[in-house]
Design a protein around this ligand. Structure first.
Ligand code: UD1
Length: 378
């Protein structure tokens, strides 16, 4: 079996692909897997780390602006899309996959489009409640469209090749043990750990606020541990900004920052509270691990879909939602303190989150990919 998995730009389009790859290898160890992504996306860090070959596709997203600059950008994007499809065809002819799996992002558009033109079976995975543009454009010719929300199924027309599987969660998340993870980080029974990050890429505005929150924590000498992932863009300026506001990290070794949390499964499993955005992959992980969260949905995503994701978890009692406009440094600090002050309530919140976990998603996805290959062209 040969699979070609494509997706990228942000982690939310890469980690589900990696989860599918790992699960396929578990079920069919001889599977040969390649990835394709955009030339500059986060997949260039994440995919090689997992030991898979990654082909780069030169492609850029469309601008929503109708200014002369926006129009010029879109002309360039359209030209690149044409050459990206041609390049993807060459890559596919060399890789000869049995199926191409598209997990979203512009690079996946080029590869899935090329596969459809070459007559190779294609499966799309749409992790969001509101299907993205790439899914909308490619769904018609795909052999299967796998979705994670009922709402997405309806919005895509609801025909029988659109299948509700749930989001695949990385194997490390499924295997994580809270006890082992807490021992790994040297946490005692009464130690509390807060883990925060703003999606796979960081977020400028929320990172500015988190700098203030970290400064408040340092100044007030909080008793809990806090690890914040800045994302690549804020790696340099966030700690500087926090220091300017009085964060003396050296004297408060409990308060730490890092560019990216690579051992997220252990960090999440060990955490008493997770503070983050409401991207689909992240929410799937929170539910699978049953961890309580304070969610600050990004308001800058298509049709505000993160708030919809977050409200679904909130109505199950699995998180607290704080809108970005209200998430000042002081408010974040107060909410974190308030949530940690009631461990029983936090525990109940984590338990509530597990109700939304899609435990059999990977197996369902595996079977649908096999069916797509088997029934292709019939
Ligand atoms: C701003 C934006 O467009 N966000 C979208 C993007 O989010 P984003 O790329 O942030 O995606 P998700 O929240 O879905 O996934 C992030 C993934 O990165 C991991 N992670 C993150 C930070 C870190 O330091 N370490 C780490 O391992 C998380 O555990 C998770 O597995 O794709 C998602 C899936 O299409 C969408 O729902 C989001 O709305």
């Amino acid at each position: 079996m040969r699979l070609y998995i494509t997706g990228g730009g942000t982690g939310g389009h890469v980690t589900p692909g990696l989860a599918i790859a790992r699960y396929f290898e578990k079920r069919q160890p001889e599977t040969v897997i390649r990835f394709a992504g955009s030339a500059r996306g986060i997949e260039n860090k994440l995919v090689p780390r997992e030991g898979y070959p990654l082909d780069a596709i030169e492609i850029i997203g469309l601008s929503r602006s109708m200014s002369p600059k926006g129009i010029l950008h879109n002309i360039k994007a359209a030209k690149l899309a044409v050459s990206a499809v041609a390049k993807a065809k060459k890559l596919l002819k060399a890789a000869r996959p049995d199926c191409v799996i598209g997990c979203g992002g512009y690079a996946s558009f080029a590869v899935v489009k090329a596969a459809q033109e070459l007559g190779i079976p294609t499966v799309l995975l749409e992790v969001n409640a509101l299907p993205g543009k790439v899914t909308q454009m490619l769904a018609k010719k795909a052999d299967r469209v796998l979705v994670c929300f009922e709402q997405a199924k309806k919005l895509l027309g609801g025909d029988e090749k659109i299948i509700l599987t749930g989001a695949p969660v990385r194997g490390e998340i499924l295997a994580a043990s809270r006890e082992k993870a807490r021992a790994k980080f040297g946490l005692g029974e009464n130690d509390q750990l807060v883990v925060s990050f703003w999606g796979s890429m960081g977020a400028k505005y929320m990172n500015e606020h988190m700098a203030g929150t970290l400064a408040l924590e340092c100044k007030n000498g909080v008793s809990y541990h806090h690890v914040h992932a800045t994302g690549a863009a804020a790696r340099e300026w966030l700690p500087k900004m926090a220091r300017e506001q009085g964060a003396d990290f050296e004297n408060h070794p409990n308060i730490q920052y890092t560019e990216y949390i690579y051992d997220m499964a252990d960090r999440m499993a060990a955490a008493d509270l997770i503070v983050c955005r409401a991207g689909a992959a992240t929410l799937g992980e929170l539910c699978m691990l049953g961890r309580p969260a304070l969610l600050v949905p990004s308001p800058f995503v298509a049709e505000n879909h993160q708030e919809k994701n977050a409200r679904a978890l909130e109505s199950a009692g699995g998180c607290r939602v704080l809108l970005e406009k209200d998430a000042t440094p002081q408010k974040l600090y107060d909410e974190i303190g308030d949530m940690l002050s009631d461990p029983l309530r936090l525990h109940a919140m984590g338990e509530n989150a597990t109700v939304l976990a899609a435990h059999d998603a990977s197996e369902k996805i595996y079977r649908e990919i096999l069916r797509a290959i088997e029934n292709h062209g019939k």
